[in-house]
Design a protein around this ligand. Structure first.
Ligand SMILES: CC(C)(COP(=O)(O)OP(=O)(O)OC[C@H]1O[C@@H](n2cnc3c(N)ncnc32)[C@H](O)[C@@H]1OP(=O)(O)O)[C@@H](O)C(=O)NCCC(=O)NCCS
Length: 334
C-alpha cells in the first residue's frame, strides 16, 4: 500500500493593523529601543484593538483566506485544530467558533494548548488524522492575542509579545512530501518559570488575584532563555540526525520567534547560515502559537517543492519540539 503523508498545501496569516513600536514602549516602561533590539531582535509588534475582538477574530480572517487560496469549500473541511494560549473563552473551544464563522459545517474542531510549541504540536497531531487515510482536509491554526494577558507595566515581558497568527491546510500526499518526522517534548518542572497563575481552576478570578496581577504572563526570563537555547537546538539537531540531514541539505529553518539570540544559537547548532533562517521577530515579536505559521506565510513565495524544512519551537510548560517537513508545492505565479 502507498504510504500517505500529510502535506501542507496552503498557508495564510493575519496580523492586526496597530503597530506597537519600541519607541511607544519607552513611554510606558523604563526601557529603550537599543536594549530591546540588542537583547531580543524585536523592533515592533502588532496589537489587536477593538472591543470584544478575541483570538478567533484573527483566525477567521486567516482561515477564510486559506480556503480561498486552496480552492476549498468550507463544507469540505474535516477537522480544524486551533493552537492557542489565549482562547476567546475558557470554553467553548476557539476552533468551534472559527468553524462556525467560516462555514465549516462538517468539520469537528478542538483547541490545543502547548504555549509557544502549540503550532508544531498541533501540526504533528493533525498530520496523524491525514496519515490514517480517513481525513482529507485538516486545517491547523496557530494564533494568540498575547496583549490580552500581558502586564504593560512589566518591562521584562511587555517588550516581547505581540498578536497575530496563521493557518495551514493539510492534505494527503503519496509522493513522500509533507510532514515526515517529529520529535515533541514536555517537562512540567518548567511550569514555575513561565506561567499565568490565576484564572484557571486552581486560582479562579477574584479581586485578590486581580490585585496581585496574576492574570498576566509571569516569566523568569534568564532561566527560560537557557532552557530554550538548549531545548530548541537539541531537538532540531536530533531530528536532522535521525533523518540523515546535514546543514547543506536544509533549505530553511522555521524557528519559533521568541528571541533572536535563541534563533541564532539553533541555526549555529544546525550548521546553517542566517540566509536559510526565517525571521520576522523584528516586525511581530513573539506571537506564541502564531510565530511559525506567520513565518511560513511571509516566506511562502520563496519555498520550492521538495525543500527540506526544519520547524522548531520552545515554550512554556516547558514544551518543545521539531518537525521535518518536505515542502509540497512551488510558489504560485502571480
Ligand atoms: C526576557 C529576556 C529578553 C531578558 O533578557 P536577558 O538578557 O535575560 O536580561 P536579564 O533578565 O538578565 O536582564 C538584564 C538587565 O536588563 C534589565 N532589563 C530587563 N528588561 C529590560 C527592558 N525591557 N529594558 C531595559 N532593561 C531591561 C534587567 O532589569 C537587568 O538589569 P540588572 O542587570 O540591572 O539587574 C530574555 O531572558 C529572554 O528572551 N528570555 C526567554 C524568552 C523566551 O524564549 N520565552 C520562551 C517562551 S515564549
Amino acid at each position: 500500500m502507498t504510504k500517505i503523508t500529510a502535506a501542507i498545501t496552503g498557508v495564510s496569516g493575519y496580523v492586526p493593523e496597530y503597530v506597537l513600536t519600541n519607541k511607544e514602549l519607552e513611554t510606558m516602561v523604563e526601557t529603550n529601543d537599543e536594549w530591546i533590539v540588542t537583547r531580543t531582535g524585536i523592533k515592533e509588534r502588532r496589537i489587536l484593538k477593538g472591543e470584544g475582538l478575541g483570538t478567533s477574530y484573527m483566525c477567521n480572517i486567516a482561515v477564510k483566506d486559506l480556503l480561498t487560496k486552496t480552492n476549498t469549500q468550507p463544507e469540505e473541511v474535516d477537522l480544524l485544530i486551533c493552537a492557542t494560549t489565549t482562547p476567546d473563552m475558557v470554553f467553548p473551544a476557539t476552533a468551534n467558533l472559527i468553524c462556525e464563522a467560516v462555514g465549516a459545517k462538517n468539520a469537528f474542531g478542538y483547541d490545543l494548548q502547548a504555549a509557544c510549541s502549540g503550532f508544531i504540536f498541533a501540526l504533528a497531531t493533525g498530520s496523524r488524522f491525514i496519515e490514517s487515510g480517513r481525513y482529507k482536509k485538516v486545517i491547523i491554526v496557530g494564533a494568540d492575542k498575547m496583549s490580552s494577558i500581558i502586564n504593560y507595566k512589566d518591562r521584562t515581558t511587555c517588550i516581547i509579545f505581540g498578536d497575530g497568527g496563521g493557518a495551514v491546510m493539510l492534505e494527503p500526499n503519496t509522493e513522500g512530501l509533507g510532514i515526515l518526522d517529529d520529535i515533541l517534548k514536555s517537562d512540567g518542572s518548567g511550569a514555575s518559570f513561565l506561567n499565568m497563575k490565576a484564572g484557571g481552576s486552581r486560582y479562579p478570578a477574584s479581586a485578590e488575584t486581580l490585585a496581585r496581577n496574576e492574570h498576566t504572563v509571569y516569566q523568569e526570563g534568564t532561566t527560560v532563555f537557557k532552557f530554550a537555547v538548549k531545548g530548541m537546538a537539541d531537538v532540531a539537531a536530533e531530528v536532522m540526525e535521525r533523518n540523515n540531514l546535514t546543514g547543506d541539505d536544509i533549505a530553511w529553518l522555521v524557528p519559533h520567534q521568541a528571541n533572536k539570540r535563541i534563533i541564532d544559537a539553533t541555526a549555529a547548532r544546525m550548521s546553517i547560515g542566517s540566509e536559510k533562517v526565517m525571521m520576522n521577530i523584528d516586525r511581530y515579536g513573539n506571537t506564541t502559537s502564531g510565530t511559525i505559521p506567520l513565518c511560513l506565510w511571509d516566506y511562502e513565495s520563496k519555498l520550492k517543492k521538495g525543500d527540506n524544512i526544519i520547524l522548531a519551537a520552545f515554550g512554556g510548560g516547558f514544551t518543545w519540539g521539531s518537525l521535518y517537513v518536505k515542502w509540497a508545492y512551488d510558489p504560485v505565479q502571480a
